[in-house]
Design a protein around this ligand. Structure first.
Ligand code: SF4
Length: 195
């Protein structure tokens, strides 16, 4: 049996022991962009548009040798795979916010380290999941929900503004004077297409 031929890794991306070559592009991504298993159980046919965009983004990242740094999924960590879908208003409590800050700390430490060496690393952005109560940046879902699940008083509304997790991430970046934009999957795809 013949060995498969290895694709050649572009020379301009190879690390060298000294000198200025080997700049790495890095995209920080919300957890479920790499791992859709973390998402809340739902009819995923409704996510078709998001999944097409996600596939395109990942194809571009791999094709253009962009490195991916994955954020944790706060909802999976705090509420597991059997959770209900929530809205931002339900996560706006001290424990969720504190836990988000704590789970973000090691990732923000890494972002800070990369951003300290702009000749070696280019941080393209942090990619949000728009509409999420946690990881949306420009759009999040809201409702005044509480009580027994069967008494849920109606569908949530989509409102401009961040989810709780992205809000805290932005605060942490600002506190450390790290200038990395939070961008949508659409924005990220557009940027990678032009690389
Ligand atoms: S909390 Fe964030 S990472 Fe987790 S499933 Fe929701 S949008 Fe994705």
């Amino acid at each position: 049996m013949t060995e498969p031929e290895c694709a050649t890794y572009p020379a301009y991306l190879r690390r060298v022991k000294s000198g200025g070559t080997g700049m790495k592009d890095i995209l920080v991504v919300s957890h479920c962009i790499l791992n859709t298993a973390s998402k809340v159980f739902q009819d995923e046919s409704e996510l078709e548009e998001e999944y097409i965009l996600r596939d395109r983004l990942l194809e571009l990242a791999v094709g253009k040798h962009v490195q991916l740094l994955q954020l944790p999924c706060p909802e999976f960590i705090l509420y597991g795979s059997r959770r209900w879908g929530h809205v931002r208003d339900q996560f706006m409590h001290p424990h969720f916010r504190r836990a988000s800050r704590e789970m973000l700390r090691p990732v923000i430490d890494q972002i800070e380290e990369y951003s300290s060496y702009p000749d070696d690393y280019r941080l393209i952005g942090v990619v949000s999941v728009e509409g999420s109560p946690s990881c949306g940046m420009h759009l999040t879902c809201r409702a005044d929900w509480r009580g027994e699940i069967e008494e849920k008083p109606g569908p949530p509304i989509m409102e401009e503004g961040p989810g709780v997790f992205m809000e805290i991430l932005s605060e942490e970046l600002t506190d450390r004077s790290i200038h990395v934009p939070v961008i949508t999957m659409e924005d990220a795809t557009g940027i990678l297409e032009k690389l």
